[in-house]
Design a binder for this molecule. Structure first.
Ligand SMILES: [Zn+2]
Length: 476
């Protein structure tokens, strides 16, 4: 995720307002009630309503681990109506008489667990499911949720603007970080639970639906519609899932390094298509040399006509919301394919592992293309003694202000200080080892610090403490 410059200025103004509560608590969804079993406050066999991230107590859920999502949706832009069936393959990590999915708004008509009708209840953004038969620990099970309605994006004035499933004039712009995927399909909405995905998206003829991974089919559907099927075979966090749809011009091929490359632009950005395709290919190939082999089966980018004021690194399909991206932001979003998408955070407080690294990648791209070196970029930032980033320790992202500039810029500065301390050879070996060790998984800041110390043979606690965890400008 990266904000455009105008959006950053607007956010800096907004950040003087009191921070809002996390999204789960901020806006209540009317409690729709199904033919549910009334669920008691606590019982021994209930999965927790949150995955255990204390900053976002209701994000994700406990008691199971998702292996695969099959997300089938039909969407009609003229009426903004969505019909959905989501089928989830999961494994119980404890005995479960009841468990939750995250779903915001939308009307649920039926839930089955292993083919048998299940009871369900809605509590704000929680869909509470009571299977007909309790699940044993270790049981693999399949949940199918049938639902419909008009998806409403999350509007969070404290930090992010608008995210989730966002209607546009010709379709929808779908960018869900941090917790907006629940606005269009039921899921375990937290980066700690990664899964593979199949998407089946039906839209009026003439429109294109773009999801993650590779296109596996495009077929005619009843009612003059078209169904696009996409498959992401590599584990993915829920916020990176997309089903962006509308009128698009496409350019497809392969990067010079042989990676399938797809660029798509809303017709309003016709002139951006060639550059988006070319630069996305060049950047993907270059990062493959610097960070290690590209982790996914496709690359590219999408420019839509919704003025989000940000870009998001949707897996295999970075999304640029209403602007023609410059090479620096393309370098940022594609670096996230390694840092954030393949190696994902376990808890939101470690967000600098995504944003500090992607921002540092912008500096590396500048260095690579003959612009300012990373050291020069560092010095420019460090010279600003009164920058608010010095009061915000980036190693501990705050729940009401996750995407603070410190997480980006001071996070990147931390990497430059580390590079100085360990030398180029060890530093780049560290980046490659980090992405190789945690490929398709989750990781934490203490694990990064331990790896840096192991590879360098140096004691780095003081450096990391000063740069990541102290509310002051470190000495250099
Ligand atoms: Zn980012």
């Amino acid at each position: 995720m990266r904000f455009t410059r105008q959006a950053t200025a607007a956010l800096l103004a907004l950040l003087t307002l009191p921070a809002c509560a996390p999204s789960d608590g901020a806006a209540a969804t009317p409690a729709a009630s199904g033919k549910g079993t009334p669920a008691p406050v606590a019982d021994a066999g209930a999965g927790a309503p949150g995955i255990g991230d204390t900053d976002f107590p209701l994000d994700g859920n406990g008691g199971y681990d998702v292996g695969h999502y099959d997300v089938t949706i039909g969407y009609t832009p003229a009426t903004k109506h969505l019909d959905g069936v989501t089928t989830i393959d999961a494994t119980a990590t404890q005995p479960l008489s009841r468990f939750n999915l995250d779903l915001r708004g939308l009307e649920v008509s039926e839930v089955t667990v292993d083919g048998a009708k299940a009871g369900f209840d809605r509590r704000r953004d929680e869909l509470v499911i009571t299977p007909a038969t309790a699940l044993a620990k270790g049981a693999r099970f399949t949940v199918k949720v049938t639902y419909a309605g008009e998806p409403k994006p999350v509007k969070d004035p404290s930090n992010l603007g608008t995210y989730g499933f966002i209607p546009t004039t010709d379709g929808a712009f779908v960018a869900s970080e941090p917790s907006g995927s629940k606005t269009w399909f039921p899921n375990n909405d937290h980066p700690a639970d990664k899964a593979t995905f199949d998407f089946r998206i039906t839209v009026p003829r003439g429109l294109t639906a773009l999801a993650n991974g590779e296109l596996t089919g495009k077929t005619a559907a009843p009612g003059g519609r078209t169904t696009f099927t996409w498959r992401e075979t590599h584990p993915m966090v829920t916020y990176l899932a997309t089903a962006t749809l509308g009128k698009f011009e496409l350019r497809q091929g392969r990067t010079a390094g042989g990676i399938p490359n797809l660029a798509a632009v809303d017709p309003a950005y016709h002139d951006a298509l060639g550059k988006l395709y070319r630069v996305s290919g060049e950047v993907t190939d270059y990062w493959s040399k610097v960070f290690g082999p590209y982790p996914f089966s496709a690359t590219g980018g999408v420019v839509d006509n919704f003025s989000a004021g940000y870009a998001l690194e949707n897996q295999t399909k970075p999304m640029y919301g209403g602007f023609d991206p410059d090479t620096s932001i393309i370098a940022h979003e594609l670096a996230h394919q390694w840092f954030g998408d393949s190696v994902s955070i376990e808890r939101w407080k470690d967000l600098w592992l995504n944003e500090g690294f992607a921002t540092y990648a912008e500096w590396l791209w500048s260095e690579h293309t003959g612009g300012a070196t990373a050291e020069a970029m560092f010095r420019r930032q460090y010279a600003a003694k009164n920058d608010p980033i010095w009061k915000y320790p980036p190693g501990r992202a705050k729940p009401g202000d996750l995407f603070n500039q410190s997480v980006y810029r001071r996070g990147a500065m931390t990497l430059q200080v580390l590079r100085r301390a360990v030398g180029d050879e060890t530093f780049f070996k560290l980046l490659r080892t980090w992405v190789a060790d945690h490929k398709y998984g989750n990781a934490t800041t203490p694990e990064f610090i331990a790896l840096a110390e192991r590879l360098s043979g140096k004691q780095l606690d003081t450096l990391f403490d000063a740069w990541l965890f102290q509310p002051s400008r470190p000495e250099v």
